[in-house]
Design a protein around this ligand. Sequence first.
Ligand code: SF4
Length: 288
Amino acid sequence: MICTLCPRMCAAERNSVQGEGYCQMGSEAVVSRIAPHMWEEPCLSGTNGCGTVFFGGCPLGCVYCQNRSISHEKKGRRMSDEELAERIHALESSGVHNISFVTGTHFVPNVIHALKICKPQVPVVWNTGGYERVETLKMLEGLVDIYLPDLKHVSPRLGKILANAPDYFEAATSAILEMQRQTGEPVYDENGLMKRGTIIRHLVLPGCTGDSLKVLDWIKEHMPASTPVSIMRQYTPIKECTVKGLDRKVTDAEYERVVQYALELQLNALIQEKEAAQECFIPDFDLL
Ligand code: SF4
């Protein structure tokens, strides 16, 4: 295939096992982990967990990525669309509240094929770094019930330094507006589990709270007031990231500044406990 799935629009050749594009991924899905996952927002995890499918590789590739072993090192194994459909079906049968695809942008055709073989009865979640093309999201319309995008930063300079993507904000905000168009405002069941909607995640980064406030300003201006905004504090420095200032955790004062601003804006903020800022919440990717 010639790939233009993500905003990098490499137009690169991807054969089944390898790719010439920025993400270097082939066209057959690489899956790193398929398992129930308890550590998402409560309206997604509930009591039985999300049924998560983590893919190997990532078109964005943030330098500080907390899932580096799968995003940068591409840990995982190749899986046919038919096997992916079978595994999704088994995961749904285990009682999870939804099926959640994590960083699947570069495998959108595989996900669509797997969902056409076996469409879950529970909601389908698209968990993404936000760096998506509107045209690619349109391919998912009617198949995805809940979008879970990051909105990471506003500044083109930060986009360049952190992910070699100075167009990150422009791409992510266009993508989020398309997600909102597709899902409409959030809908919950009688137990408070989300059935449909868009949740925006924002990971607070050390030394970047000024940019975080601009992220919240955009959400306030462009999204319905009911949109859940998950303000995350679990940034954990990794040795591979050498960007100055990213070698420490977020302080309480930094996190509280961002939360306080979200409350001032009357956003529907989901606030994270300090205990979340631990490496133990990074999934074990040896459990495929
Ligand atoms: S998904 Fe990969 S190959 Fe395709 S446009 Fe994006 S970075 Fe390039």
